[in-house]
Structures are given as C-alpha cells and as structure tokens.
Design a protein around this ligand. Structure first.
Ligand code: IPT
Length: 970
C-alpha cells in the first residue's frame, strides 16, 4: 500500500532499536508525523479502533530496552487499558502541582528518573479491510502524555510531543493482514513537559483513542468548512475548501457544488441557544465525509464580540477533562454528562482550559449548543519562579514546537461552529513565540478572534481578558476607565477565569453578573472551574495533592470545581444557574404584575412556558399558567398576575413565577425550570412570646416554661423532654478554602487571621446567673486566651408556658480589626430522636450571604446527613439561609429575626480537623448552629474575598430564638 503524497513522513525505516533518547529532550515537536488536518467524526472509509487491553511494562528511566521487534514476546508483561493513564492503573502514582514543575527547571532537560511506559498491542486487520490500488492507512493518536516513540512491525514511525493533540502516521506499506505489532513507548517527562505546566495532575499514558484509518485512493485529506451568516440578509454562505477536490451537498438547502465554490442560500443561523446544524456531505473520488454545518459569523465590531450581528454574553466555565477514576481518559458518556449538566445550569460557554479537548466534546458542543473558546495545549507557568527567565515562548528554538501546537489545534478543530475564539494557551508569560502563533492562526483562520490572557496590552489578541479581577476593577473596565494602551481600550472584555469555585463557594457571582449586565464591554466570563479533580481513593474518599506522597504538591488546590469529582453539582453550580438565568423576572409582589425580560442573545421566549403560584407560609395555595409573549432578545413586558386567592389564610405570602421548558429538548425534559422569581406579598410576623411563665427552683434545677436549667451555671439542659447540651455563643466556622485564601495573596486572609486571634478556642467566662420573676439572665464574656478583646454576651430566657425564648445580646469589647466567621449559638441535641429536618426558609440547598440567589423561600425537608455538602476537603458547609422556623432533633425552633441553620453529626472542631471526608464519623449528638449572621464566602482561594457588604462586621447585635418541643416529632 502507498499513501498520499502529502505525508511529510520522511523517517527512514529503522530496525535498530535504542538508538538514543535525544528526542525526549529535543525542543522539536517530533518527527515522522503527518501534517495536521481537519478532524471528522466519521466517514465511509474503514477504521479500526485500537482501544482496549494492551500489554504494558514500566521502566524507571527512558533507557528501557527495545521491545518493538516483530514476534517480541510481551507475554510476561502487565495489561493496561488504552485509553488510560498508567499511574491510575497501579503503576506508579499521580503527581499534582499547580504551577511548579515537579522536576528541576533546566529546559529542555528532564530528570533521568523518567517513568517510561512501553505499550504493545498485536492486531489483525478485519476480514473486510479494503486493500485497493493506491489505498493507504494512517495510525492516529488523539492524546499521549507527554512524549511517544512509535513502531509498527518493527519499523519506527516517529516520535511526537503535544499531549492533547492529534498525531497521525502513515502506515499503509507496513500493515499485514494478521499479527501487526504496534509498539508505543511513552515517556512521562520530555521537553514537551515544559510547555504543559497546566494546573492539574501529571498523568502519563496513552489517554485518548488510538485508531487505524483506511485512507482510500482519492480520499479526503484536509478541508475547511467556511459557513458564515449574514444577519441582515438572513442568508448563509458556504464554501468548503478541500485539498482533494470533490463535491459538497447539503440536501436540506438544495446545495450541490464543487469544493472551493461559494454558495449563498437562506438559512437559520447557528447559536449556542439555537444550535441549528445542517447535514451535508463532502465527497471526493474515494471517500464520503458527513458534515454538520452551522452558519454563523463571529466578529469584533464596535468594541464587542458579536455573533450573527449581536453581542454575546458568555456565561461560561473553564472545563478541564476529568473523571475521578480514569483521569483525563474520558468516555463519550462522561463528556455528554458535562454538556447536559452545563446546559441544564444555564451555562452557555466553555473555555477548554487549558488544551484542546477530546474531539468528541466539540461535536457535542456543536450539537447541544455551547460557545467554545478553544485553547491551545500550552502553559509555561513554572517559569514565573524564575521571573520568566528562559521562558520557552520567548526563545526562538522553541517556536517550531509552539507553531506545531497552534497548527494542530486549529487544523483539527476549525470546522466546529461552536468554536468562536481561539486561545494561544494559558499562563505562558509573553514572548515572540506567542506572537508567531498568533500570526500563524490569523493567517490560517481570520474568521475567529484571538484570546490570550497573558498578553496584557493585547498586541496579539482581539479581546482583553483577565483572571480574578475584583468587582471594583471589573466595573472600571466596564466603564472604560481602566487605562492601558489604546488598542486594548477599544476591545471587548472577558473574564477568562473568575469566581474560584474551590471548596465552599464561590461567593459574589451575582455581583459579577450585575456588572456584566450593566456594561456592554463586559461580555461575561468563565468560572474557574468546572470540576474538582479529586481521585477516587479507597481510604480517603477522594484524594488530592500530597495524598500520593509527592515531594512537591499543591494540596487540594486541584479541587476547585462547580461539580464534585463524581459530577454531583455543588451549591456553587446551583447558584451559578440562578445567577445566569436567561430570563429576568422581577416585581415587588404587590403590584399585580411582573416584568419579564428576555436575556437570551439570540432566542425568543417561545420555548418557555411560564407559570405562577401563590404561597402562604411556604404552602402553595393556588397556581396556574402565566401567558407571556414570545419576546425577542432584549425585549421586556409587564405581565399581569391573577388576583390572589380570595380565601388565603393570614401569613407570609409570596408569588413564585417559573419559566420552564415548554417541550422536551435535546438537553432537558419539558418542565425543566430555566428561571424563576419570587416576590413577597406580605411581611412575616415575628414570633411573640409573652413572658408569662414564672421561674421555679428546686434541687439545683431551674424551670421556666418548657425549659430546664442548671441553677448554678444557668445552662439549658432540656426543652420539654429533649435533652440539650452545650448551648452557647459560637463564632467559629471550619475555615473554607476561600476563608484560608491563597498564600501568595497580598490581601489579608481571614482564615489564618481568625486562627491567629484564637477564634477557634474562645473561652466562656460566667459572670452572673440572675434568676428572677419571669426571666433567667446569664451574663458571660467570650474571649480567646492571650488577647484583650472579647464579646460580652448576655443570654436572657423567658417563656409563655409552652415556648421558651432566648434573646442574645452581644457587645464587642476591645480592638476588633477583622470580621467574624459567624455569630450565633450552637447547641447539641440527641441524634437518636429523629434524623428528619424540616424548615421554612431558604432552600433547598446551602446558602451564604454572597451566594444566596438560588435559595427559594419555601418549606423544605431533609435528613441531617442530607444537609451536608461533601466538599473534598472538609470545611464549613450546609447552612440554610433565611430560616423562619426549623424542626429537628425533637425541637421546633423559630427565629427572630430570620437565621442560618446548620446541623451535623460532628462538631465544627472535628470538621475543621478533618482533611478528607472519610475522617468524619457521625456521633450521637446533632450539633446545631443557629446563626444570626455568617461571613460571606468570596473567592479568595484565588481571587478577591467577600465584598465589604458581605462581611460580618463585629458590632453590637441582638437576636432571639424560640424553642418548643416539636409536636410532630416521633
Ligand atoms: C490560574 C490558572 O490559569 C488556572 O489554571 C488555575 O491554576 C487557577 O489559576 C487557580 O485554580 S493562574 C493564577 C495565578 C491566577
């Protein structure tokens, strides 16, 4: 068999193996591979997947002996799954570093200890494998980390680097009908590792598909689908340029033209909201390739990124590829799960941080509709430790490797309508190599704007991008007050990363979204990041950096996603969904109407069905459909509400308006709620407990209504027959990752300061127990050892016979210079009584002051276990906000005013001490926190802390709770 002439395969056939390992540290991208070309999902040419079980042998260094001869006996070797990473299959272990290279920085040299995995697969050609005259075959690798050398039947095909990029080799003449021996030697470290310093696990292996592709004579080689949309005329123009001439047909549009010839017809445009694809075929003499064509035009015009003539608001996430067992070896269903979860949470954009994803993911983005910022496999972040000296992107010797990476991304992915921006890479500093990449990409594909965050002056880019800028700075950028070079000031702005979703958080999403909605120049952004990269671990639950004994690591910084490692949505994702809602529903509840605004960029509201319900004290009394016109993007309408039900009982009333899918879609079923708004109609009446009960004392026991107290200490010991322990003021929370902050930050960080002050070891001094008439008053001072500051705390108990009221008054003393973690009381209840928790307030999920948009007021029910959010590194979690009353552990508790409810079967101290979930074992007490206030969450694990108005300032405070036995408790 012979192969097309464009092969570029100039490798001499080698029979001698082990001729040196210079290629590992060579800055070149490799040798022997074919030039990159367009990727297509299918064709009528034969192909053979070589995924499956391979033979595997691990060597500690790159000098492993030869194994590629025909007839080599690998019978004694281990077996390994391809695609896969050997370190996740029992051979060696993973390493996590954020930006530091896990080896000495001496480019392009790598350590002698260079784990090298020899992979071997023997295969036969299928019986019907075509062997026509002039036919050939190529072997394609979709992803190998980080450097490979390949032999087929003893002949070396070449070497390559560029872990998340396709590489193809001509193999036709070497193929045999049976007993083909494919040998792939993979080195964990190579010169390429210097270009792949992304913040993620280092995971060597053949982690994407390996495929043998038949290449028929006159088959398709590279082709470029140009499909633009003229929004004024409502027409699309299609031109398919192809290396091998052929015809392009799109039956639905009546198109049948030669390649290279443009044709303009009326079409529906493609957008992330309405991802209209037209099926077509590219046919050359030897092959038919199905095309999925989406017509759209991207441009930067009037200082804005516009698609089809309209500015787009990116509601995005940064997506790393991750699976808790398989690492970056994702199957199609996992990729689809990501897309569906994103669509269901109102996300409309993905930055493929920080490398081109598995090609199938992009097919899904085309099909389901997501805007994609496709990022090149390039990051040299570790050079920041050298003040960016010797950075490969500013060293001409590396430029061929950079250009190779740029070309492999663009050529592979150029035919996806979903991709609207190219990105040169991430955190690679600056240099001529980047400029060369930008120039190459612009020349090859002028149809898409360029992004690179590291280009602060936007010399090479078409959008101004930043990461983790605080709200105030973003607002200045929105108002064009940010200065900078003229070119930059005229460009649209994107937050390529913001809202660090590490652990509990991020806070402040709604505040960012308000800015994006207010200033045109701010075209949204991409939350960091989609998923926690926790690794399933038999003892630890999910492992993170350091759990595999790495000498250098960055701990749980690798777990900073909106979904937990098992793709369970975290409260941060639920909050993001609410904040991103494409429909604005506003009103004040008493006006008899709501204002509905279409916030989509391209779609009208015809896909949504609106409904109303009227609720009193969280119970729905009446509901019905709400007719809303099919507003065009940007339009608003005032929609009249029905009259409230005539028979409505007294109580706290709300209107709840929902916008749900009117019919099944590809990504969610009919009835899926896309947006909602809730408006109070009447205020809540706080609980009134007249102090009618009298204190009684006998045998050292005080009673007051249903309350029993220790007469000496004034401590509450029971409410009715429910034993209560340890009720007292509490200001400590198990610091979240965002409380702890990132060590490199200049801004003061709460977690370490709280601990430094001793807020986790407050002492409670009893100053007085005053029992008189209708009240028990307990005076205390709460303060940490070694400090002069404290909180004068007075507990005042009264009762009306059935209900016991506690009013707490807190007056700060001394020089408080930092916010409190929380302010409230905690108490212990017997876990044996009931696991059920019911409450009326915000729910169903967790909420904090700057992450509460998604909390809907209603009646909710859970178990104590169900209240916990299993963040990979245990930390404060699970608060329910704006609680009016709650029933748990045999008690009914009402708040005056509303409170935060947190309950768990371990103490805050145990939560704080645990490093992994499996360390938390339920005890026989439910520890309940009733908080008057909580400090916000912010995003300081990599960004700004909570905004000032979300911080818990230390000031005189008063709050009350009413306790009674829960009449409904078992
Ligand atoms: C930023 C990186 O681009 C991203 O990969 C990730 O590491 C993120 O931080 C933190 O999780 S870079 C940082 C210096 C802002």
């Amino acid at each position: 068999m012979s192969v097309d002439s464009c092969t570029g395969n100039d490798t001499e056939t080698e029979t001698g193996i082990g001729t040196g390992i210079e290629y590992v540290e060579d800055v070149s991208p490799g040798s022997g591979a074919l030039p990159p070309r367009a990727r297509y999902a299918s064709s009528d040419a034969a192909s053979l997947s070589l995924n499956g079980t391979w033979r595997f042998r691990l060597s500690p260094t790159a000098e492993a002996g030869s194994f590629a001869r025909e007839g080599y006996d690998a019978g004694g070797w281990a077996e390994i799954a391809v695609p896969g990473h050997w370190v996740l299959q029992g051979h060696g272990s993973p390493v996590y570093t954020n930006h530091r290279y896990p080896f000495p920085v001496d480019p392009p040299r790598v350590p002698t200890e260079n784990p090298t995995g020899d992979h071997l697969r023997v295969f036969d050609l299928p019986a019907d494998w075509p062997c026509g005259d002039g036919d050939g075959a190529v072997l394609r690798f979709d992803g190998v980390e980080s450097c490979a050398r390949v032999w087929l039947n003893g002949t070396e095909l070449g070497t390559f680097k560029g872990s998340r990029l396709d590489h193809e080799f001509t193999v036709g003449p070497l193929l045999k009908v049976t007993g083909n021996v494919l040998a792939v030697r993979v080195h964990q470290w190579s010169a390429g590792s210097y270009l792949e310093d992304q913040d993620q696990w280092w995971l060597p292996g053949i982690f994407r598909d390996v495929t043998l592709l038949h290449r028929p004579a006159d088959g398709v080689r590279d082709f470029f689908v140009h499909a633009s949309y003229d929004h004024r005329a409502g027409t699309g123009t299609l031109r398919v340029d192809s290396d091998v001439a052929g015809r392009v047909t799109v039956p639905e549009l009546g198109i049948d033209v030669p390649t290279g010839e443009p044709v303009t017809v009326p079409v529906r445009p493609w957008s992330a909201e309405v991802p209209r694809l037209y099926d077509g075929v590219l046919a050359t003499g030897g092959e038919r390739v199905p095309l999925r064509i989406g017509f759209r035009t991207v441009e930067v015009a009037d200082g804005l990124i516009k698609v089809n003539g309209r500015p787009v608001l990116f509601k995005g996430v940064n997506r790393h590829e991750w699976h808790p067992e398989r690492g970056r070896a994702l199957d199609l269903e996992t990729m689809r799960a990501d897309v569906l979860l994103m669509k269901r949470h109102n996300i409309n954009a993905v930055r493929t941080s920080h490398y081109p994803p598995h090609p199938a993911f992009l097919d899904l983005c085309d099909e389901y509709g997501l805007w994609v910022l496709d990022e090149c496999d390039l990051e040299t972040h570790g050079f920041t430790e050298l003040a960016w000296r010797d950075n490969p992107v500013d060293d001409d010797r590396w430029t061929p490797a950079l250009l190779d990476r740029a070309a492999r991304m663009v050529e592979r992915d150029k035919n996806h309508p979903s991709i609207v921006l190219w990105s040169l890479g991430n955190e690679a500093g600056g240099g001529r190599g980047l400029t060369a990449m930008a120039e190459w990409i612009r020349a090859r594909d002028p149809s898409r704007p360029l992004h690179y965050e590291g280009d602060r002056d936007c010399r090479d880019t078409d959008v101004y991008a930043r990461m983790y800028a605080g709200h105030a700075e973003v607002e200045r950028i929105g108002r064009h007050l940010d200065g900078g070079p003229l070119r930059r000031r005229r460009l649209p702005f994107l937050m390529c990363e913001y809202a660090h979703a590490m652990g509990n958080g991020p806070g402040g999403l709604a505040d960012y979204q308000r800015l994006f909605a207010s200033y045109q120049r701010l075209q949204g952004g991409f939350v960091w990041e989609w998923i926690d990269h926790g690794i399933a671990h038999p003892k630890l639950g999910f492992a993170y950096g350091g759990d595999f004994g790495e000498e250098l690591h960055d701990g749980n910084f690798v777990c900073d996603g909106l979904v937990l490692p098992d793709r369970r949505p975290s409260p941060g994702l639920v909050e993001y969904k609410k904040v991103l809602e494409p429909v604005g529903i506003t009103g004040d509840g008493t006006a008899g109407a709501v204002r509905v605004t279409n916030g989509y960029d391209a779609a009208d509201l015809s896909a949504l069905a609106f409904s109303w319900s009227y609720q009193v004290d969280g119970e729905t009394l009446a509901s019905g459909p709400l007719p809303v016109p099919a507003l065009a993007p940007g339009e608003s309408a005032d929609v009249k509400l029905p009259a409230p039900p005539a028979e409505a009982p007294d109580g706290e009333a709300h209107w709840l308006i929902r916008a749900a899918l009117a019919a099944d879609t590809a990504w969610a079923e009919r009835g899926h709620v896309v947006a909602w708004g809730q408006f109070p109609v009447s205020d809540r009446t706080p609980p009134r407990v007249p102090a009618t009960a009298r204190l009684r004392v006998s045998d050292g026991v005080l009673t007051l209504g249903p309350g029993t107290f220790d007469a000496r200490t004034g401590a509450l010991t029971a409410v009715g027959d429910v034993a209560v322990t340890g009720l007292r003021l509490d200001v400590w929370r198990a610091p979240t990752d965002n409380d702890e902050g990132a060590a490199w930050q200049d801004a003061p960080r709460c977690g370490p300061r709280w601990r430094g002050l001793g807020l986790h070891r407050m002492r409670h001094r009893l100053d007085a127990v005053e029992a008189g008439g209708d009240a028990l008053t307990v005076r205390t001072r709460v303060a940490p050892a070694g400090r002069e500051l404290g909180l004068s705390t007075v507990y005042r108990w009264t009762a009306d016979g059935d209900r016991l009221r506690l009013a707490v008054r807190v007056v700060p003393e001394g020089d408080w210079t930092l916010p409190l973690p929380r302010l409230g009381i905690r108490l212990g209840l017997p876990a044996a009584r009931a696991d059920r928790v019911r409450w009326f307030g915000g729910g169903p999920g967790e909420a904090y002051p700057d992450s509460k948009a998604a909390a809907m007021t209603g009646r909710w029910e859970s178990t104590v276990a169900g209240l916990q959010t299993p963040y990979v590194r245990p930390q404060e979690n699970g608060a329910r906000i704006d609680v009016r009353w709650a029933e748990l552990g045999g008690l009914r508790i009402e708040g005056d005013p509303l409170f935060f409810l947190t309950a768990r079967r371990w103490t805050t101290e145990q939560l704080d001490a645990a490093t992994h979930r499996t360390a938390l074992v339920p005890g026989d007490t439910i520890w309940v926190n009733l908080d008057h206030a909580q400090h916000g969450l912010g995003s300081q694990s990599c960004g700004p802390g909570p905004l000032p108005h979300h911080q818990l300032r230390v000031e005189p405070s008063e709050f009350a709770f009413v306790f009674a036995p829960d009449p409904g408790a078992a």
